[in-house]
Each structure stands twice: as C-alpha cells, then as structure tokens.
Design a protein around this ligand. Sequence first.
Ligand code: ADP
Length: 608
Amino acid sequence: MDKYEVLKKYFGYSQFRPGQEELIDAMLQGRDALGIMPTGAGKSICYQIPALMLPGITLVISPLISLMKDQVRALNEAGVHAAYINSYLTETQIEKAMYLAGQGRYKIIYVAPERLVSSLFMDFLARADISMVTVDEAHCISQWGQDFRPSYLNIVHMIAKLSVRPVVSAFTATATEEVKNDILCVLGLKEPRVLVTGFDRENLYFEVRTGGKKDQALLAYVKEHNQDSGIIYCATRKNVEAVCELLQREGIPATRYHAGLTPEERRVNQDQFIFDEKPVIVATNAFGMGIDKSNVRYVLHYNMPQSMENYYQEAGRAGRDGGRAECILFYSPQDVRVNQFLMEEKTFREDMTEEEKEAVKERDAFRLKKMTFYCTTKDCLRGYILNYFGEKARRRCENCSNCLDEYVEEDVTRICQDIVACIREARRGYGAGTIAAALHGSKSEKIRTYGLDRLATYGCQEAVSEHRLKEIIGELTAREILRSSDDKYAVLSLQEGAKELLNGTASVVMKFSKAPEKTSGPVKKQARAAEELDARGWQLFHKLKELRLRIARQDKVPPYIVFTDKTLIDMCLKKPKNRTQMLEVSGVGEAKYQKYGETFLECLKKEG
Ligand code: ADP
C-alpha cells in the first residue's frame, strides 16, 4: 500500500493537507523531521501514516494522558492496532500491554515521558524493533516555553540507548525561534526536514464585541447555537461559576472546569463535554491542553485573555475538523484591569533571579498591551493575528467582524485635540471614563466633586456620546499618543505625539462601525451560511447526528470518534446509496465503513 492508500483506508481522506506529504515522505526515507503546524492542521496523520508503513514499532511520546487515550481510541476505531502505556493503567495492565507489544501486536505505542525511566520499559525497548520515535508537543522540551517538562529530557537518553537509532520526528504548534532551536538541538535531530506551515486557520471566523451586557449577549449566542458544542473561557474561577450557573438556569446543558475543582470532578466534567452529554463547557485557561474534540463549533471569551499566544491557542480549539467555526471575544476595558491584577498575583519559580522576574513582568505587560490592541483595532482581525505571529497577511480576510462590518471613516482630529487638551488641563491623572464624562459635560457627582465642571474643555464635545469618546481615547492609546498607566487606575497621560495634535500638524482618521455601538444580537453573517447545506440538508445532518450520538453512547466513545461533523456534512451533500459511494465520503475509511457504514446508509435511505 502506498501513502495515499493508507490515508484512504485508515483515515478515510483522499487528499493530504498542506505540509503533511512532505513530512511523511521524509520519515519514509528514514530522515528525521520537525513539523510546526497550528492546532487542527493535522499533525497526527503526519506520523501515523509513516508509523503504519515503516517495518517496526513507532513510539509516540506525549505529555497528556487524556490526549493519548483519545488518539489510541481513534486509531483502534480506524482499524490500527495501537496502545498506550501510562499511569492510568494498573501494573497488571501495563505488563499485559508490554507483553503484547513484545509479541508485535501494536504498530503504534503512546507513552508518557515519565515512563522512559522505568527499567522494565527500557528492557522492552532494548528488545523491540523500534522504527521511529515521535515526540508530540515537542515544545515541552524547551526551557523557554511555558510548558517545559523536565521529563522530556529523558527522551534523549532513551534514544541513545537503543541499539539502532530510529527515525526521530517531532511536532508542535509553537513557532517561536527559541523553541524551534531548542527542539532541534536538545533532541539532537539529524539533518531534519523542518516544515513550518502557515498559521492561518481559514475555517475560523473572528469577532470582537465591545460594550453592552456581556451576560445577555453570551446567553443569546449560546441559545442561538443550541445544536452546537462550544467552549466559553473566563479569566477567573468566579466568572466560570457565575457564567455556568447563568447558562444552566436557562436550561443549557453546560458544565464547568477550573483548577478549584477536585481532580475527579474535572475528569467527569471534561468527559461529559467530550462525549457531548454537556456540549457546552465554561472554563478557565486551565482547560484545553490535550483536548482534541474536533466538533467544537465556537470558542467564546467572556474575558480578554492575557496574550495573543493564549488567545490563539484557546480560540484554535474551535473547528479542528476543518468545518466552519466561530471565535468571539467579548471585550470590556475592565478586562485589562482584571488581567493586570492576575499578573500581579503571579507566582514565580523559586530559582528565578529578580532580574529574570522583572524581564518576565515586562514581557507580560507588553503582551497584554498587544492583546488589548487586538480588541480595539478596526483592521482585519486575522491580519492582526498573523502579523503578530510574524506572518504576512492579506489586508482583508472577509471572514472576521472587522472585514464584514460596514465601517465609515471619520476625521476625529478636532475631538482628539479636545481630549488631549482636557487631559493636560485636568493636571491630576484621570482614567478614560472620567475624561470622556468631562468632555461630554456630564453632571455626575464625581465630575463635580473633582471640580472638572470648571475646566475650559468641560462639555466642549457635548454632541459626542461618552461611549464614542472612550472609543476615541482607546484609539489614541493604541497609537501611543496617550498612555494608560499599567496599574489598576489606568490613568491617562500624554505622550510625544500629543504635541503634534495640539499644534495641528497631525490628524486622526478613525473607522467606526456603521451599526451604531453594536453590542449583542446575532452575528450578522452566520458563519454556517457558507456551508453548502440547505434547510433539508441541515435536517438530515441533525438526524445523522442523533444516530451518531446513539452509537457513541452504546460503544462508549466520543461522538466525533465515530464520525466528525465534517464527515456527516459530506454525507448529507453526497447522499451515498451504496458501499462504494459511502467510501467516497471524506472521513470514511475501511474500518469505519465495516463498523458504521451500513447503519448510516440505512438512515440516509430512510430520511432521503
Ligand atoms: P493537530 O494535532 O495538528 O492539532 P489533528 O491531528 O488532531 O490536528 O487533526 C485535526 C483534524 O483534521 C482531525 O479530525 C483529522 O482527522 C483531520 N485531518 C487530518 N489530516 C486530514 C486530511 N488530510 N484530510 C482531511 N482531514 C484531515
């Protein structure tokens, strides 16, 4: 069998995704390889196909037990003999797995890095025919990354002990130069094929929503997408509790996840989410590593995360099956302060010097600023993300709220001059809200107490709403004409550029949304609309989903392991009538056909 046949037979796909083929070819030629690809790009297939084609066993090192379980389950469903060996199993089960492995029963074995120091396991490796060692989540070997795992260093010793050096391949979604170099050096990859694919995830729609009542907007969104599975990220445990309660009160099958729950509770909640019993999960950033639930249709952020790195990783958990999905961030300026507070509370590793701590703090503050600009920019959001990660992007992607929203451009130089004048005149530092209120001529207690109603600039922008004034102040901050202090008071001060504004040598043109001050309400362009299914098609899709859920519950596997959403959609489009046609559906391979093909054909016949 060649690689295309393997791809079709076991995974049910007829084409490789960008980068996959190059990496597979290198490994098949006995060359080391490093694949840097974003979440959802399809890294697993890159090593699973060579693993099936190389003569011996492939050992996959993976840090996460839940991930291993999922991968092995998916492989066995696809008809591949695979196993995992980790602390989740009892000693007897481990012995049995290793006995079977010794008999040549498995082509692919997943292990946790900690296992590599067990002498029993090393004895097994010494005798076994290991063709390839694959290091998944390879950034864990880098001391630069946030996820450094000392046990990953065991991999190098393990490889050195094998009688014949196998092919070594490594995969990660982290693209920074430091991490890449660490992987190459520490793992000792020999003349590897290094492949970095683009970080764009075309199937994801990005949106930022500002202002208004977050709770209402969030609830409306989740209700509107009640057929879908989604993740809602919050900055704090308290918010997770509150949002989860809000959803449950409204009858939405939601569960929650944060570090304050017992390990048992976390496991149960996570499983309920994965098995689609509770398709919505509200979580802190503690949730997600190692979750490869492929049918997550939306990732909402109730609060702004601390960095673009975090945001893209979390948002990237949507649409792993390649189907359309939405990533929406509900932003309020308050989020900046919450994050500053969380960053102040951060504990550092004990072995860090004061200097190193300062450097980390500075880096964090910088990242938070860049994250805030993402929330306030009127330019293409995808472009902003890609530029942040060092990639060039088209000016407009036509699949984010900024590209799809209609904007009007307005010269706001005059207003900006008044903002600057007001800040200068007020002398003592005030935040954006107070300055906006003074310019608008608010009669509030606060303005009078501070004596701001006696300023020459008081009320001079009466015709402009406070909300709009704050928006313009935000833009001036992003352009670094104003600076907002990093403490919780977020006090404004003037920067160099302010002078040019005042003396009339600079102007400011800003984009404003045509829909005035959009807050809640449905997303204008339903991302789904792009999918080619018509109303009847969707009906059929839901029928197939029900069938999938029944099978999944019966077989005790997550529904997306039976078939992904994308496969079901393809079924609805192609409406196969027999085995041959069914095998043409993307994601239907031999083994899956044997197991489920007939049942789905029957359902299609009945509903068709
Ligand atoms: P990663 O590990 O890079 O985050 P996965 O390996 O989990 O991504 O793959 C994400 C999804 O893409 C899976 O559902 C997988 O089956 C699917 N996939 C991978 N390769 C292909 C392909 N060539 N054609 C279609 N779907 C693919």
